[in-house]
Design a protein around this ligand. Structure first.
Ligand code: ADP
Ligand code: MG
Length: 642
């Protein structure tokens, strides 16, 4: 069969370009990546052999071998793992399969485009370099040190072998080949400047530093054949070793390998549980947001092992979705080895492990939140929005999650907890006030909050889309209801005034009475466009604002739902227009309304303009721009007549 030529998927070419031009200072990580892949390949085959023993063909002695050929200038990484067939090769070594990698490349490509030059070439392009370092590029990192890479591989169970070859410049080839047994050789033809990777001492150092946690032997072939072979790593699963023998570097390297991640873990949880159920967990919380945190195709990321045998890295039942930022492994002693992956999903033992893990994770988060609030803030910035999904997904953990939740507020810098909010509540204040919207600064400046500011009442700013979903279902925290400041009847009058002044209240009532004719005329003019028009208690500066009726859906939630639905949806549910009786403009309009017969066109125009104004402040668009500009001109003109 003749050689076949392929071009890399456009994204891979972009990635390779970034790799080739990077001044990445830790080029040696290519070896860690290859060893990590070889170890994964052995893990996969060990699992497959549980149900099809023939696959290992009598060789279940998994290992990774490194060999150098100084004459040929090559470094070869060999494994007896599951190997690849022709389709695997074109699929996984020609494309970018993982959505995270895809997002990373898009981001890198966008950032190089922005500046109009290749940031990667720029010695000061520290940001991008940090990104590559954080992200890693897996197999493609080999092109940092090699001008040519060959992959000779035979899939377990197949007779045919294949050779993949590329210089990393846009194309690769695939040929039929010969290989004695299953497994893979990755042969790097090292760049002239990268000869250090032929040096056994250097290789040993790199393996010790980055790959000691790998559970199978990594053997460096000596010059003198078998005798000179040397095992470079400890070769036992890291999580089975005593905690005191594990360095934080080893934990970090393990995290890189298990999570395919490249940042440092923010938290490491290594525990063994013994009892009715026995298992060990070595879990990590990343210090940066994975790229696919909100990607619809994201997969579960905690690997399941049973008695040291890797089972799956896609085990949905192991971690609840609101803890999907967790990485690492769980190794069970009790789950049966020989059942299919699908059957794990609904296994009662797994469900118990899951709830045990959730409890532990939340316990550790609580400790951190209490002891190191600043570090906790980093966690909350990254994953708070995800954790809050648990508020409606898992009611049994609701109290715990509410305790862990942090919010921005109108009176505090940084994050605040609900407990702290409660301790600052004013006399007479019975509920926890919040306002929701996309942008904290914008909602903090919303007219809805004027009365709250005047009374010194703190309002929480809910800016994550998920807030609009959990708030209606959660309802309260420690007996105190959550109440939107953008709703009718915020009960603000129950909260005691800073200066209790009965006369002021009487004055307010009088002002309210004085605008009644105006409100009545507004109601007639605006008709169906509003649910009601009433005098406002909350407004101190703005003339009007829109509030949601008790029982109606929150305006922001409704907007979000509408965006996700097809065209032809009715308009938003009409809201209540609140009018500020103390505002100079409203007072004048009220006077005019009293004198008019209800057919004053200026009042009609003003009603529509004020409603539009209230919508604009909410970040909405004017419903009828033509009518809006006609009315605006009319009102301005009448002002000039005086
Ligand atoms: P990742 O390991 O994060 O999936 P890589 O770029 O490191 O990404 O590897 C891409 C894919 O190539 C792997 O997921 C695997 O399917 C395949 N692969 C790489 N090396 C080997 C190997 N030694 N044996 C079998 N498959 C491999
Ligand atoms: Mg990899």
């Amino acid at each position: 069969m003749a050689q076949e030529k392929f071009t890399f998927q456009a994204e891979v070419s972009k990635l390779l370009d970034i790799v080739a031009h990077s001044l990445y200072s830790h080029k040696e990580i290519f070896l860690r990546e290859l060893i990590s892949n070889a170890s994964d390949a052995c893990d996969r085959l060990r699992y497959a052999a549980l149900t099809d023993a023939a696959l290992t063909g009598g060789d279940a002695d998994f290992k990774i071998t490194l060999s150098v050929d100084k004459k040929a200038n090559t470094l070869t990484v060999t494994d007896n793992g599951d190997g690849m067939n022709r389709d695997d090769l074109t699929e996984v070594l020609g494309t970018i399969a993982r959505s995270g990698t895809q997002a990373f490349v898009d981001q890198m490509a966008a950032s190089t485009k922005d500046t109009g030059k290749k940031k990667g070439k720029d010695a000061k392009g520290g940001d991008d370099m940090a990104l590559i370092g954080q992200f890693g590029v897996g197999f493609y990192s080999t092109f940092m040190v090699a001008d040519k890479v060959e992959v000779l591989t035979r899939k377990a169970g197949d007779k045919k072998a294949w050779q993949w070859s590329s210089d990393g410049k846009g194309e690769f080839t695939i040929d039929e080949a010969e290989r004695d047994a299953r497994g893979t050789d990755v042969i790097l033809y090292l760049d002239k400047k990268e000869k250090e990777y032929l040096d056994p001492a250097r290789i040993e150092h790199i393996v010790k530093q980055h790959s000691d946690h790998i559970g199978i032997p990594i053997i460096l072939k000596g010059d003198g054949g078998e005798d000179g072979d040397k095992t470079l790593n400890t070769a036992s699963a890291l999580w089975t070793r005593p905690k005191k023998d594990i360095t934080s570097e080893q934990y970090t390297e393990f995290y890189h390998h298990a999570a395919h991640a490249f940042d440092d873990p923010w938290m490491t949880l290594h525990n063994s549980v013994e009892g009715v159920l026995s298992y060990t967990n070595l879990l990590f919380i990343p210090s940066t947001q994975p790229f696919d945190l909100f990607h619809p195709d994201r997969k579960a990321q905690v690997k399941l092992y049973v008695k040291r045998v890797f089972i799956t890295d896609d085990c949905e039942g192991l971690m609840p979705p609101y803890l999907r930022f967790m990485r690492g492994i769980v190794d069970s002693e009790d789950l049966p080895l020989n059942i299919s992956r699908e059957m794990f999903q609904h296994n009662p033992q797994l469900t118990k492990i899951r709830s045990g893990l959730s409890k532990r994770i939340m316990g550790e988060l609580k400790k951190k939140a209490n002891k190191k609030p600043e570090e906790y803030a980093d966690f909350w910035n990254n994953f708070g929005a995800v954790l809050k999904e648990g508020l409606y997904e898992e009611p049994e953990n609701r109290e715990k999650i509410l305790g862990l939740a942090r919010f921005k507020s109108t009176t505090q810098d940084g994050w605040t907890s609900l407990e702290d909010y409660a301790s600052r509540m004013k006399d007479g204040q019975e509920v926890i006030y919040y306002i929701s919207g996309e942008d904290a600064d914008a909602i903090a400046a919303s007219p809805h909050l004027e009365g709250f500011k005047a009374k010194g009442v703190e309002v929480l700013l809910m800016t994550d889309p998920v807030d609009d979903f959990w708030l209606p279902s959660v309802g309260e925290f420690e007996g105190k209801a959550f109440k939107s400041a953008a709703r009718v009847g915020a009960d603000l009058d129950k909260v005691e005034d800073v200066d209790k002044d009965k006369k002021k209240d009487a004055k307010k009532d009088k002002a309210g009475k004085a605008i009644e004719p105006l409100l009545a005329q507004f109601k007639v003019v605006l008709g169906e466009a509003v649910k009601d028009v009433c005098a406002s208690e909350r407004l101190t500066e703005s003339p009007v604002c829109l509030v949601t009726s008790e029982g109606d859906m929150d305006a922001r939630l409704e907007k979000m739902l509408k965006q996700n639905r097809q065209a032809g949806m009715p308009d938003l549910t009409p809201r209540v227009l609140e009018v500020n009786p103390g505002h100079a403009l409203i007072k004048r309009l009220a006077k005019r309304a009293k004198a008019s017969d209800g057919k004053d066109s200026l009042i009609a125009d003003a009603a529509h303009l004020l409603l539009d104004q209230a919508r604009i402040i909410e970040g909405e668009t004017v419903v009828d721009p033509k009518a809006f500009s006609r009315r605006l001109s009319a009102v301005m003109e009448s002002g000039l007549k005086v």
